[in-house]
Design a protein around this ligand. Structure first.
Ligand SMILES: Nc1ncnc2c1ncn2[C@@H]1O[C@H](COP(=O)(O)OP(=O)(O)OP(=O)(O)O)[C@@H](O)[C@H]1O
Length: 151
């Protein structure tokens, strides 16, 4: 698939490469994806792939990912822009972890709780000037069953 990217494109693609997890280490798996330092690029074998953003497994990628990719979209909501953030990847690649809907570790806060905190922070600052109405829906596919929650 070819996708135009850059400042002018309204679709941005960020990659979050996760480290090997317990079972993979036990099975002797080796990391095959290398994040190229200083570039939004991953290397697999001799092939390089460039994206809008690439985050490795060190540091606090979800904080940087939120600040660079999602915070501007939360700001845009208050200027009337719509935005969608979706996680795509094969099973076990880290979508739930990255989005933060299964936060078990206090040290890892994913994209959704960060977006909610930023949203309510902004609402709190503007609440004396504007009335806000919030509607939340949450959709998750679990073993081919789609669950939709609307609050
Ligand atoms: N960046 C990361 N650092 C450390 N562990 C991670 C990271 N990303 C994912 N993991 C771990 O990898 C495993 C799989 O991640 P996760 O459940 O988020 O995958 P998924 O893409 O949502 O899978 P599925 O599509 O099957 O629901 C989990 O044990 C998770 O804790």
């Amino acid at each position: 698939m070819t996708m135009e990217h850059g400042e002018d494109c309204c679709v941005k693609v960020a990659v979050h490469a996760r480290p090997l997890i317990g079972d993979e280490k036990l099975q002797g798996c080796k990391d095959c994806v290398t994040v190229v330092p200083g570039k939004p690029q991953v290397q697999i074998g001799t092939h390089s792939f460039t994206f809008d953003h690439v985050y490795g497994s060190s540091g606090t990628p979800s904080a940087a990912m939120f600040d660079e990719c999602v915070a501007p979209l939360v700001g845009g909501l208050f200027q009337g822009y719509n935005a969608t953030v979706l996680a795509y990847g094969q099973t076990g690649s880290g979508k739930t972890y990255t989005m933060g809907t299964a936060c078990k570790e206090a040290t890892h806060v994913g994209i959704i709780p960060r977006a909610m905190a930023a949203l309510f922070d902004k609402i709190d600052k503007l609440k004396n000037q504007v009335d806000f109405q919030l509607r939340v829906s949450f959709i998750e596919e679990v073993e081919n069953v789609i669950e939709l929650y609307v609050c």
